[in-house]
Design a protein around this ligand. Structure first.
Ligand code: SF4
Length: 905
């Protein structure tokens, strides 16, 4: 047998799903079972992405390292076997329940959990412990959509699907930087627009984000005024006689009161324009396009949901679709883009504290039905604490024990410092996660090693209700176990043996499917979520399950692309509800003390709290540090300069970040990304600042609107260290870790002087290498210090310190640590480390713009200049930038424009 044949035999192909956003892209993974090597490409057959992946999805194989994993259970800091860990958790839970009752226990889950994991967690807490104190980080993400759907449709139903991208003629993106947060959907819309010149795109967002790249119209609405804007639209359509009166009459109720409220709120375009701080002609154009276009699709995301009026915003969007009958038809309807890969699955199993399982609520008949199905006498009979309430109850000592699964609330919750303190004081904190350190895991008494994406097996549901299989690529590493197994084992050890005797994930899926169809035949209270056709699915069929949109029933065996196609809704009358709503400003407004508004959001190449994406060096290069975007006028007012540091403070917390001056947001508003944690930055946790105000109905926090102040940070020195080995940098005000290819890069700055850098560095490197030799340049007058240390001839670390923030480019210094490099540094490279300028002929690529092909800003600008390029396509041809996932094309366009502006060509 030749080597080639041998290689063929050990490479298997596994079809799975991306674990990042709610687009739910299909992945084809090639797995070398001998070496564990994995190659990830898009699944051409998956209907969510047809082979496309964004920069995050296509980097998944680079995040599978074991060195950062939690691989053994730990009890109070000591590694233990599973039996000990599980018994400790079960015994403590039972003891606290005996002492204080079931509400003393809480679970906090995540949209990263698979449906099977989520189902078991919800069953244990609500069905057997007897409390509904289980909520999830999806509360921070899309609970306003759930509330808006239920209020309007009677059920948490997403009516439309991704196929509508290609069929729509007007796509409205509301509060959604789709280009960065749902990149593959964005690319699909972009392609649809290229193929259909009639398709118009409107972006409604206070910021001019990369999504505006494809916008025919950008409406820079004032933060929090979406209700006024959509009430204005409803009012306009009414006045223009552009409503579908027949649909309203036959399929809805409550229209009269609602249109009166809308007219009171937003009588004419001028009133709305004033409220939303938008030019009237922009608004009028949007309203006219909406009136004239039957095939209108509204996509919305966190800008709508994360608001103290999130539920009303969702309702206002839905009202316009109902009033025009644009729902349940191809190319029409509202479609919420969920943030997480399985936010929808969590909703299906009742992962939110106010829901039971299978889209049931805490109505007496639902409680009774689920109780019978689960054969439990101890089912919760009222909703539990939602996320902010839950951590408040931990802080108050009412909740004595909490189990946090696959999420990092110490970073992501609003008022995150309070959450941290609450967990520090909590009697018993259990965290199950796949990585060894997160800000939350570091506070746990019990650490349980859960399987990561590459080792997990089960199902997830994406934004368009499509259930896809996530399949394990690799065997479980160390002692890691699937979440469902861990939860079921704890349940059994707590004494709930019968309900949790699962041998495999397919058994859980069958039960979940059975419950969805269980007594789901009451015409007055039909439930939308029904996958009863899969109730007896065989293991083989489960393993081969193809991506399918629910409902999946005997009547709809192929699944269901669109719902409400018959104009029937899940209310007792089968009519959709209009609800009179009126615009309310955000709860906390800026004032003299806190004059600016903090807006928050995601970046293109990072995911949540960076536990996975930060492991892939190429994903860290686009935006390596936490930053604040601020307009030039505000920067001038507050004495801030591009590239320097600024301290932002709210009534709840502080952060220290790099200043980026931009005109892409309105004056008075600043923007910070949500991703950085204490693992990667000393003061970059934005959650510490965010106000804990919540929507009164959905209980979703207002993460897009926190009053803050900002001031320049007075650093005595700035610098960076690039080291072959990790360092611990205590006592420095500003540190940021950026993992590179073969090196650890730290940005540093402080207001305090640090003496004897060489001594500190030598200490840090001593566990790895003893014999260090140094080359140093020091100019005491200019306060410049540059040093490089070597072990034999191998470069170990480089440190550059300066009184200002203009420092040498990091890219070429990082490239000297390339793990594939075998020869020692040349003389000109050693000299370059002292001068801070790259050796002659070394390309300085600048900030990475294209993460897929690692193409930097300077490379793109040179290509534009040298080749006199005028289009992103030409840039792609010249240097490959933008030719894979396409997420960087908006930035390439910006570079083209800036070049044209500078040269005047
Ligand atoms: Fe993954 Fe979302 Fe990117 Fe698709 S768009 S590859 S699901 S992160």
């Amino acid at each position: 047998m030749t080597n080639k044949t041998k290689q063929k035999l050990i490479v298997t192909t596994v079809k799975t799903t991306c674990c990042y956003c709610g687009v739910g892209c299909g992945i084809t993974a090639k797995v070398n079972s001998d070496t564990g090597e994995v190659i990830v490409i898009g699944d051409d057959d998956h209907p969510a992405n047809f082979g496309r992946l964004c920069s995050k999805g296509s980097s998944l194989a680079e995040t599978l390292e074991l060195s950062s994993r939690l691989l053994v259970p730990q009890v109070y800091g000591k590694p233990v076997d599973w039996a000990t860990a599980l018994e400790t958790v079960a015994n403590k839970f039972n003891q606290l329940i005996d002492q204080y009752g079931p509400d003393a226990i809480a679970f906090y889950g995540s949209g990263q959990l698979l449906t099977e994991d989520y189902y078991v967690a919800n069953k244990l807490m609500k069905g057997f412990i007897g409390s509904a104190n289980i909520d999830t980080n999806s509360r921070l993400c899309m609970s306003s959509t759930v509330a808006g759907h239920k209020r309007t449709f009677g059920s948490d139903t997403v009516p439309a699907c991704y196929d509508d991208y290609e069929q729509a003629e007007l796509i409205i993106l509301i509060g959604s930087n789709t280009a960065w947060c749902h990149p593959v959907s964005f690319q699909r819309i972009k392609a649809a627009k290229e193929n259909n010149p009639r398709l118009k795109v409107v972006v409604i967002d206070p910021r001019k984000t990369p999504t505006c790249d494809i916008a025919d119209l950008h409406i820079p609405v004032k933060i929090g005024t979406d209700v006024a804007l959509f009430n204005g639209l409803l009012s306009y359509l009414y006045q223009e006689n552009a409503l579908d009166q027949e649909f309203i009459q036959q399929h809805t109720q409550g229209f009269e009161e609602t249109i009166m409220a809308a007219q009171n709120d937003a009588l004419n375009v001028a009133t709305v324009a004033q409220k939303c701080q938008v030019a009237p002609h922009i608004l009028e154009t949007f309203y006219r396009w909406y009136k004239e276009t039957d095939k209108t699709l509204s996509l919305y995301s966190q800008g709508v949901n994360q608001s103290s009026s999130g539920t009303d915003k969702v309702s206002a969007i839905l009202h316009c679709h109902l009033a025009t009958g644009r729902i349940g038809k191809p190319g029409c309807g509202p479609l919420s883009l969920t943030g997480q890969p399985n936010a929808m699955g969590g909703r299906e199993v009742g992962g939110l504290a106010h829901q039971l399982a299978a889209h049931m609520d805490f109505y007496a008949e639902d409680i009774e039905r689920v109780k019978r199905f689960w054969q439990s006498d101890n089912i919760a009979d009222k909703p539990g604490h939602t996320a902010t309430e839950l951590f408040d109850a931990v802080a108050d000592g009412k909740i004595k024990a909490i189990w946090i699964m696959a999420t990092n609330p110490v970073v992501s919750m609003p008022n995150a410092d309070k959450v941290k303190q609450a967990l520090e004081q909590c009697e018993f904190v259990v965290v199950s996660d796949c990585v060894a350190h997160t800000d939350t895991l570091d506070l746990a008494h019990i650490k349980l090693p859960a399987a990561p994406w590459s080792e997990k097996d089960g199902t997830v549901t994406n934004s368009e209700r499509r259930i896809s299989r996530q399949r394990a690529l690799l065997p479980l590493a160390g002692d890691a176990k699937p979440d469902w197994w861990i939860i079921a084992q704890v349940a059994q050890k707590m004494g709930f043996t019968d309900g949790f005797n699962y041998q495999s994930n397919v058994e859980i899926f069958r039960e979940h499917a059975r419950l969805s169809g269980f007594e789901n035949n009451n015409k007055q209270r039909l439930r939308d979520f029904d996958i009863s056709l899969l109730a007896d699915i065989s293991e083989d069929d489960y393993n081969n399950l193809q991506p399918t949109q629910w409902p999946i029933t005997a009547k709809r065996p192929q699944g269901t692309a669109r719902l409400f196609d018959q104009g029937k809704f899940f209310t007792p009358t089968e009519k959709a509800n209009f609800t009179p709503i009126q615009f309310k400003p955000p709860a906390n407004l800026p004032n003299q003390q806190w004059p600016l508004i903090l807006n928050t959001g995601r970046l293109r190449d990072q995911w949540h709290t960076m536990t996975r994406t930060a492991l892939a060096p190429r994903l860290n290069q686009h935006k390596p540090e936490p930053f604040v975007e601020i307009t030039s006028a505000d920067a001038l007012d507050y004495g801030l300069n591009q590239g320097e540091l600024a301290q932002i403070e709210s009534a709840w917390g502080k952060m220290l970040v790099r200043v980026v001056i931009t005109e892409t947001l309105p004056q008075g508003v600043i923007f910070v990304p949500m991703h950085w944690t204490a693992q990667f930055s000393s003061q970059g946790r934005m959650g510490a600042l965010v106000n804990p105000v919540i929507d009164p109905i959905s209980k979703q926090p207002e993460s897009k609107h926190t009053p803050v102040k900002i001031k320049a940070y007075d650093a005595q020195w700035h610098g960076f260290i690039i080291s072959r080995h990790p360092l611990v940098l205590d006592g420095i005000d500003y540190t940021v870790l950026v993992k590179g290819n073969g090196y650890f890069h730290y940005e540093v700055a402080s207001s305090k002087n640090i003496r004897n850098w060489q001594y500190h560095l030598a200490n840090q490197l001593s566990p790895y290498t003893k014999e260090l030799n140094w080359q140093t340049y020091q100019d005491d007058k200019k306060l410049l210090f540059r040093t490089a240390c070597f072990s034999a001839k191998e470069l170990q670390a480089v440190l550059i310190i300066s009184p200002h923030s203009r420092l040498p480019e990091r890219g070429w210094i990082g490239s000297l640590f390339d793990p594939l490099r075998t020869e020692p540094l040349k003389d000109d490279e050693r000299m370059a480390l002292l001068t801070g300028k790259p050796p002659l002929g070394t390309p300085d690529v600048g900030n990475i713009i294209c993460a897929c092909f690692n193409v930097g800003e300077k490379t793109i600008l040179s290509a534009i200049k040298d080749g006199k390029l005028t289009t992103p396509q030409a840039v792609g041809k010249s240097c490959k930038a933008g030719t894979n996932c396409g997420s960087c094309v908006p930035e390439i366009k910006e570079l083209l424009i800036s070049h044209l502006t500078v040269t005047g060509s």
